[in-house]
Ligand binder design. Structure first.
Ligand SMILES: Cc1cc2nc3c(=O)[nH]c(=O)nc-3n(C[C@H](O)[C@H](O)[C@H](O)COP(=O)(O)O)c2cc1C
Length: 253
């Protein structure tokens, strides 16, 4: 794909209605230090927990969306804007891949990953999975962490170098989670994949196809779409179980 067709998430001409909505959430100028919303501005009971509970992994995604492409873009943009990052360095990047490009990015990943899939039968099984679970969805959101941004920050605080792999992973996960839960709140399912991390070849192939710099390290590929059966999240043959909260949470007072 020509790099000119990689649209900035913030620069595309949006339909009028979306432009109005975007005005309310548009990025502040770089010099603005106060956030647009504070906890004092936000009403309680805004449905946060409904979204948290609705978010699940869906493998049965259809090539359908419950929201417009402009809204999809806005959800990703909001996550990038409002998600926190270590020292506010804002290192997370995302590419929303739509239409034929969404299908093609999975062809690119399949071709790159194929040598690592095993024998011909295994490759065929993987092809079926790619077609049904990834390619069959509506869109893909590729997430990255920009190492130029991280390295630049580390020049000011080099002693933190050892901490940043974890902190940027946290930052990436938070952005992904906002998108995942935000989409769930609007009727969209998603599954989260990590093919860029399996092999450097996959990472290089994805970045080349999307026309993004090599310094963007892929953190996840999120496939999104309307599930064919909202009651069948995850792998239905392995229903999700929850370990006791008492194993995971300790209250000290
Ligand atoms: C950090 C992380 C990595 C994951 N990687 C994958 C993955 O590579 N492929 C996949 O199908 N699901 C992946 N998942 C989804 C988990 O398997 C899923 O979230 C978990 O089983 C709980 O199910 P739920 O999402 O329906 O609540 C990942 C989730 C997280 C948080």
């Amino acid at each position: 794909m020509a790099s000119s067709s990689v649209r900035s998430l913030f620069s595309r001409a949006a339909p009028k209605a979306t432009k109005e909505a975007a005005k309310k959430v548009s990025s502040p100028p770089a010099t603005q230090t106060r956030s647009l919303a504070t906890t004092a501005d936000v009403p309680t009971g805004a449905g946060f927990w409904d979204a948290v509970k609705a978010r699940r992994t869906y493998y049965n995604l259809q090539n359908k969306s419950s929201v417009s492409d402009a809204r999809l873009e806005e959800i990703v943009a909001e996550a990038l804007k409002y998600g926190p990052s270590a020292f506010n360095i804002q290192s997370t990047r995302a590419v929303l891949v739509l239409g034929d490009k969404h299908k093609q990015v999975w062809d690119v990943i399949y071709d790159s990953h194929k040598p690592n899939m095993g024998d011909e039968a295994a490759q065929k099984a993987q092809k079926e999975k790619f077609d049904a679970v990834y390619r069959g969805g509506y869109a893909t959101i590729c997430f990255f962490e920009d190492t130029v941004t991280t390295d630049k920050f580390l020049e000011t605080m080099p002693f933190l170098k050892g901490k940043f792999p974890l902190w940027t992973a946290n930052t990436a996960g938070i952005a992904q989670y906002i998108v995942w839960a935000g989409l769930a709140a609007e009727g969209m399912g998603a599954n989260l994949q990590h093919y860029s991390q399996f092999h450097d070849d996959n990472q290089a192939a994805i970045n080349k196809f999307l026309g993004v710099p090599e310094s963007w390290v892929g953190t996840a590929q999120m496939v999104v779409g309307v599930p064919s059966d909202r009651g069948a999240p995850g792998a239905p043959e392995f229903p999700k179980t929850w370990n006791p909260t008492s194993d995971k949470l300790k209250v000290v007072q």
